[in-house]
Design a protein around this ligand. Sequence first.
Ligand code: NAX
Length: 327
Amino acid sequence: SKKPVRVAVTGAAGQIGYALLFRIASGEMLGKDQPVILQLLEIPDEKAQKALKGVIMELEDCAFPLLAGVIPTGDPLVAFKDADYALLVGARPRGPGMERADLLAANAQIFTAQGKALDQVASRKVKVLVVGNPANTNAYIAMKSAPSLPRKNFTAMLRLDHNRAASQIAAKTGTAVGDIEKLTVWGNHSPTMYADYRFATVGGKSVKDLINDQVWNADTFLPTVGKRGAAIIEARGLSSAASAANAAIDHMRDWALGSNGKWVTMGIPSDGQYGIPKDVIFGFPVTTENGEYKLVEGLEIDKFSQERIDKTLKELQDEQAGVAHLL
Ligand code: NAX
């Protein structure tokens, strides 16, 4: 049987953590033959650590055969020690009266510290997924704070936006969501993201031709996907958790085990393709194989798409500029 791998999860006692850990431990992320050791980070605060203990009691009570160990901690150096995978979920939410700049600064502090800890103690092959918002910029900060790790190890979660877009398209075209291919989401995980179905197919047919309605694209589809997080909060009184955890599982599973030629969306550090400056963590279409992702290159960008891409890039560059003095 396989040797256990170490999976670090931060914010482990939070909402997303509660929807995520049980699925990792049951083998849904890395395969039904891959034992895992969970290394769970929460803030040192007594209440958070106690809540984490409770979650671990429940993990024990599931008696997952693949769960080879659980390490709870308040110290990033313990959580990331020899980690093969790191899911950075915990982040500072925007509190009452908190300005955007305060939020960026609070998160810059967290992700600088966690990037440094990863740099010091994680496996050199660690695959990092940042979920905590602002996810792209937090991933950028962690990457910049971990100079001895390859840049390509740092990614941000755009998969929830991708899955939301797929589900809207399936509903619009009356097709099965699992049949939709070649969809992508460009840019920032924020309402400025650009979900792009120009290349998408369903059952071999062009989604764009099936829909054939640019007004729907611009005025209904993009705002619906972009504001979906807010719509969930409005309906549920709490932010997306199960769907976010599901997207994190999808992202890591595809990265680790391959997408079989299918396009998936990942936020990855740019190497300059599509005019996105180097190091900006940007949502791109990728395929994955043998534990590596590969950008889908050479796609035509029309005027409408270029305007959308420019807008979401500008937002990311403003966020980066807002934290530049803290790195
Ligand atoms: P919760 O507030 O329920 O849980 C967050 C947990 O993180 C808390 O238990 C907190 O104690 C912990 N935490 C805070 N700072 C930490 C640190 N420095 N080290 C370790 N743990 C820390 O939030 P939840 O609903 O789970 O959401 C977590 C993050 O995901 C938020 O930033 C949220 O905005 C973000 N999201 C990102 C999404 C994406 O698609 N990229 C979608 C869903 C979600 O909104």
